[in-house]
Design a protein around this ligand. Structure first.
Ligand SMILES: NC(=O)c1ccc[n+]([C@@H]2O[C@H](COP(=O)([O-])OP(=O)(O)OC[C@H]3O[C@@H](n4cnc5c(N)ncnc54)[C@H](OP(=O)(O)O)[C@@H]3O)[C@@H](O)[C@H]2O)c1
Length: 215
């Protein structure tokens, strides 16, 4: 059985944990304040969930989801995530995260920052452009007409295939935006960021995306 570790148990982390448990995964959730603050969510999630420290969740997960305010990314533990698939949901909001010059000047992307911080992990960008609540309401079985699609990006093809299979189980088609450096095509204020889209629509959205400097 695959264990999914969660670093961050807020809007997105809580919903991904619910999806994971509903699809038979074991989850280990964590936050900044410690496992004792997560007893309510653990009780909601049921017997296949437990709370742990961030380092323990990172170690326990076969796949680990990082879903925290972006400004905290440097606190993500490096060693326990070595060699693992790390799903990055994070977005950049300067009013929340403060200004990060290399994102302001678009010389890198949010998930490339995390990949640089976790050099031995396989970072896959996912879940960044869907409202948290819709994660557990919009999923539909494979083959459903007009099934919602979600974008992934990553530098490791095998890791992306694994995440695409996970998304399919969770009820979503996948559109591969390419390597992490293409992740800007689904960043805040791009056409695909937020609305419900099929795979075909999302591919058009990615193609139509413009850099902040060109908007
Ligand atoms: N909300 C959405 O609909 C949505 C959609 C797509 C993507 N996103 C992105 O996904 C990320 C998470 O969003 P969210 O809405 O889930 O945020 P949130 O509700 O504010 O939850 C953040 C979680 O991260 C934890 N956390 C904060 N700093 C941490 C640290 N240094 N180490 C470990 N855990 C830490 C918080 O724990 P404590 O409470 O203990 O501090 C909390 O559990 C953000 O980058 C956001 O932009 C959000």
């Amino acid at each position: 059985m695959t264990t999914i570790g969660l670093i961050g148990a807020g809007n997105i982390g809580g919903q991904v944990a619910r999806l994971a448990v509903a699809h038979g995964y074991t989850v280990v959730i964590s936050n900044s304040r410690g496992p004792h603050t997560l007893s309510g969510l653990v009780a909601d999630l049921g017997p296949n969930a437990r709370a742990a420290t961030v380092a323990e969740a990172a170690r326990a997960g076969d796949i680990v989801v990082v879903t925290i305010p972006l400004k905290e990314y440097r606190t993500v533990p490096v060693e326990p995530l070595a060699g693992k698939i790390v799903i990055d949901t994070n977005n950049y909001y300067p009013q929340r995260d403060g200004h990060i010059p290399e994102l302001d000047n678009e010389s890198t992307t949010t998930s490339e920052l995390l990949q640089t911080h976790l050099p031995s992990s396989k970072v896959v960008k996912a879940f960044n452009h869907i409202y948290a609540a819709q994660l557990t309401t919009d999923g539909k079985p494979a083959g459903t007409k007009n099934r919602r699609a979600l974008v992934i990006a990553g530098d490791d093809p095998a890791a992306k295939s694994t995440v695409a299979r996970l998304l399919d189980q969770f009820g979503f088609d996948t559109v591969d935006a390419g390597p992490l450096k293409e992740g800007w095509r689904i960043q805040r204020d791009t056409p695909g960021y937020g609305p419900r889209r099929t795979a075909e629509e999302l591919r058009s959205d990615l193609a139509a995306a413009r850099r902040y400097a060109d908007q």
